[in-house]
Design a protein around this ligand. Structure first.
Ligand code: ZN
Ligand code: ZN
Length: 141
């Protein structure tokens, strides 16, 4: 799991259909690709996200379009009810993590200049692809 290191900058994002738009603060050079089974199942491949302080996330548009799926006994995943975009991961039941939220890198507007930093849960990755970008790989997080 990502740490809260690095300078936070404001970024904006939206779902595929545009019903939901949001802004948040994050270290845009600290994108993590999660290869766990849940993220692969949810996203269709691996899921890249960046951590934002939960308080910094502002839903600017379409709050009523934001659905939450309880994906484990400690975390929930936020998605657009109209287009199905996978937007957020929030470990709301873990005291150490509930103050931040994972925001889908693919939903973030291009001017944020995101950079992938690491791969996590590599031990659970799919057997149909290789990770060959030279970035750090962690078996868990
Ligand atoms: Zn949408
Ligand atoms: Zn995952």
């Amino acid at each position: 799991m990502q740490t809260d290191k690095g300078p936070a900058t404001k970024a904006t994002g939206k779902c595929m259909c545009g019903a939901i738009a949001f802004e948040f603060m994050a270290d845009t050079h600290n994108v993590t690709a999660c290869h766990c089974g849940q993220c692969r199942n949810w996203s269709g491949h691996f899921w890249a996200s960046l951590n934002a302080p939960f308080d910094s996330l502002k839903i600017k548009k379409g709050e009523d379009q934001l659905g939450w799926f309880k994906s484990s006994d400690y975390a929930r995943r936020g998605f657009c009810k109209t287009c199905g975009s996978a937007l957020f991961w929030h470990a709301e039941k873990l005291d150490d993590y509930k103050h931040r939220i994972g925001v889908a890198a693919g939903a973030v507007d291009p001017d944020a200049a995101l950079k992938l930093a690491e791969h996590i849960f590599v031990a659970d990755k799919g057997d149909y692809y290789e990770i060959a970008d030279g970035l750090p790989q962690k078996d868990t997080y």
